[in-house]
Design a protein around this ligand. Structure first.
Ligand code: NI
Length: 166
């Protein structure tokens, strides 16, 4: 098992646009598996490579806590190809400890990417799974869930974060 260190704000790696994975090799496979270990250990339901200090377009997720058994997903170079509806739901983030807030997201998404065998994967998701996918893909663009709040809420949370960091 390879549990990695989770980067938290204000670490700069969380604010960089991550690079596409060019070769799906053993190194990427190991990183993806270590990210799953790290996510389950945390515990969390999603993790993006920048959160473990690797600026690459790679995400893992599993909403295991709502399902009967673990169902780990690994998506490389994920792109949202369709979205539908809107829903408000509470989110937190392993990189923003101690903060939870309601975020507006698309209710359903279709996402395309690659698995570790270089096969193209198309996934349709709604509800919590769609939310996790959108949250993790945001990480690949240097966006945190707190950026998606209203200005007033964002200011309040920024103050709270400053106090927590001190
Ligand atoms: Ni997050």
């Amino acid at each position: 098992m390879g549990v990695l260190d989770i980067k938290t704000i204000p670490d700069k790696v969380l604010r960089v646009k991550a690079k596409e994975v060019e070769n799906i090799n053993g190194e990427i496979a190991k990183l993806a598996k270590d990210m799953l270990d790290t996510m389950y250990e945390a515990p969390g339901i999603g993790l993006a490579a920048p959160q473990v200090g690797r600026s690459l377009r790679l995400i893992v997720f599993d909403i295991w806590h709502t399902e009967e058994k673990p169902n780990p997903h690994i998506l490389i170079n994920p792109v949202i190809t369709a979205k539908e509806g809107e829903e408000l739901g509470e989110e937190g983030c392993l990189s923003v400890p101690g903060i939870r807030a309601e975020v507006k997201r698309s209710f359903a998404v279709e996402v395309k990417g690659y698995d570790l065998n270089e096969r193209e994967v198309v996934l349709q998701a709604d509800g919590l799974l769609a939310r996790v996918i959108q949250h993790e893909i945001d990480h690949l663009d240097g966006i945190l869930f707190i950026d998606r709040l209203s200005k007033i809420k964002r200011e309040l949370i920024k103050k709270r974060i400053k106090r927590n960091i001190k």
